[in-house]
Structures are given as C-alpha cells and as structure tokens.
Design a binder for this molecule. Sequence first.
Ligand SMILES: Cc1cc2nc3c(=O)[nH]c(=O)nc-3n(C[C@H](O)[C@H](O)[C@H](O)COP(=O)(O)O)c2cc1C
Length: 419
Amino acid sequence: MSNINRRVPDVDQYIPLNDPPIGSAFPADIFPQNTKLPKLFQPITLRGVTFKNRIWVSPMCQYSSDNGHATDWHFVHIGGFATRGVGAICMEATAVVPEGRISPEDAGLWTDSQMEPLKRIVNFAHSQGTLIGVQLAHAGRKASTLAPWVHSSFGGTRRATTWTSKEDEGGWPNGVYAPSEVAFSPDYPTPKAMDDAYLQYVEDAFVKTVERCKEIGFDFIELHGAHGYLLHEFVSPLSNLRTDQYGGSLENRLRWPLRVISRCREAWSKPLFVRISATDWAEGPEKGPDGEWKQWGIEQSKIFLEEMQNLGVDLVDCSTGGNWVKQKITVGPGYQVPFAEELKKAYPEFPIGAVGMITEPEQAESYLQDGKADVVFLARELLRNPHWPLFAARKLGAAVKPANQYERAFADLLVPKSA
Ligand SMILES: Cc1cc2nc3c(=O)[nH]c(=O)nc-3n(C[C@H](O)[C@H](O)[C@H](O)COP(=O)(O)O)c2cc1C
C-alpha cells in the first residue's frame, strides 16, 4: 500500500480525497457498531442518484448576492456544509427572472454570467463528495421586499415602515407579478395579474434556467412551490382569484404550476424535487360546507402530489404556510412533520422530505424510523452547528467519516466498537 496522500481526481488543485466520503457510514465489517445503522445514515437513491445520507441542507436565502450572482459568501457558507457531512445541499431560492427575486440581494440564474460563481461552488461540493442542488423560484407577489435585517433589527430597535423595497432601494414594486392583483398585505407591493404572455415567459424562463443548471453540474433541482411564492400563489384559493383556465377549480389552479413542473421535468433528467406548503394555516376548514375549497390544505396537497408523481417528480419537500398574512401556526419541534406523515400515509412509496424545527438526532431519526418521511431537511440548526451530521452520528452511536482534516476533532467516530 502506498503512503501517498491521495487527491481528488480531475480537480485543478490538490484536495485530499475522503474515502469513504464525508458523512457516510464506515463499513460494518470493520465498524460493528454500524451493523444496525441509523436511518439518517442509510443512503437513499432517487432517479439513480445515491445520496450518502438523509440529512439535507434546507434552502436558505442569504440576501447576499451581487445582482443575482453568488459571491465568496456563498462559497464559504455552502462550502462549509460540503465539508461537514450532509447528504445533500439545496442552495437557496434562486430566481428564474430578475423580478422573481424576493429581495434585491437574492440569488438568480436568469443570465449566463450567474453560472460561473455557482460552478465554483458546485465543483467544490463535488470535490468533498457532497451532492448539491438548487431551489428554482419566482417570488410572485412577495417579490421586491427588503432583506429581513434591513426591515428590522431583532432587538426591535429599528423597524422599516413597510416590507416593500422601493426603486431607490433596489426594488421594483411596480413590476411585481402574481396570479391576481391581491397584495400579500398592505406592507407588500400590489402585484399585476399575469397575462398569457407573462405566464409563457416565466414558464420558458424556468426551462432556460434548468438548462443553465445542467451546464453548472447541479445534481438535483428543487422547484419552490411553497411559502406564498408564485407556484403556491397559483394553487391556493386565497391568492388565486382568476376566472380563466388557471383559477377557480382545483384542476384550474393546479394547471399552470403543473405545466411548469412538467416542462422542467422534460428538460432535466436528474432528480427533481418540489417544495410545497401543505397548508395555508388560515382560519376555518380547507373545504367549506358548500363543497368549495376555502384555503390550501393537506387534502389538495395530496391531489397535487399525485399529479406530480404522474409527471415524474422524485420527492416532495413538505413545508407549510407563508401565503396568508394572518396565518396562525402552532410552532414547536417537528411542527410540520404531521403534514409529511399525511402525505406519506397517502402515498407510502413516494419519497417525502420533512422540515421545520428538527434539531435533535433522536427526533430526526424517529421520523425516518416511523416512516413519516424519507429524508430530513435542516435549516437553522445547521446554521448553528454545521457539524450536526457528525454530532448526530456520535449521539446515535454510528461511525461516520469526518473530513480528513477534521478527524482529530472526531476521533471517537473512528474507533470500531462492538454492536
Ligand atoms: C435564513 C433562512 C433563509 C431561508 N430561505 C429559504 C429559501 O430560500 N427557500 C425555502 O424554501 N425556505 C427558506 N427558508 C426556510 C427553511 O428552508 C426551513 O424550511 C425553515 O427554516 C424551517 O426549518 P428549520 O426549523 O430547520 O429552520 C429559510 C430559512 C432561513 C432560516
């Protein structure tokens, strides 16, 4: 056996090879403690792509892009996850057209110059053996708003009078589009209703962006159909008041989002995910006594999921809310998991991601063990502790590979123990 420090092949600089990849379980014949491997560390294969574990980075806007271009902030932020053992990274909501950004500093992929900085990030993630995808989005009526820390300070010492980002603040409040001319709240821009030409333009923009994703080398794409952004606005009766073929009945409300999904599916051969909000959390029932759908909810989500399954979507990432300003959410550990579970019960074979206040390894593991979801997406907990996968391995008694360079900090994970 040679003592050469092996390098990652086909990379333009020396990067030590991790074998097995960071965040994957060591073989059980050498590490008997892995004989009964926690589900979190069991690989999952979707559309022929094997994800090394089931701890995935949830998409997180950084409000740090330079005219839609990723910067060194993104390289370090995303690179940090790539070196710390997550099974996949979903990069933040990335706009397919400039007016589809949430804030002026949001990420975009509407033009070719935005590819280069993303390629650098993707190549680095790959050099660390980590799969990486991107969430493609259009913010709809929630576009042209202020970055959260610009809007208000956490201490409450400063608060803007509105969420709307005006022209002299980099915003485009008169160029905001949605299914109907209904603002999210008086604090938000009043959108223009999308006409046929604009619908076609956005649909085509999604496809063009998918083509750029191919060139960049992303491993998967997630379409943002949640949190009150454009696709969610179409499916929900609270934000879609159209009277044409794209509004009214559930079939009509699903029509355009399904067309976008279908076109992206046709253009993209790798795994395709969709994030949905499984409820609007508005007052009253999902369906009224008159048989009309009153708000978006789990029953319509199931029908939506079935349609997506028919189109060849590979996973639904189940979130909630964001489309109704007076939403009342009972927040607590795993508060959105019951929705993932409902979808899983309805379609046991269909892969589902759970998200929302999943912070403890035992908690995350129980959702997978109980069949409530197939993978977990973590957001804030990974910001607090990017090493979470290795901490989870330690807590659950699994032997999992840290980065070569960090092995001395996780020496206990490298010791074979009896099962
Ligand atoms: C800083 C930050 C940015 C976020 N940006 C996005 C985003 O771009 N797309 C999205 O679907 N969700 C976004 N979210 C929501 C998270 O992906 C996640 O669903 C939510 O925070 C709940 O998970 P958690 O309790 O693990 O943080 C964001 C959350 C945070 C904290």
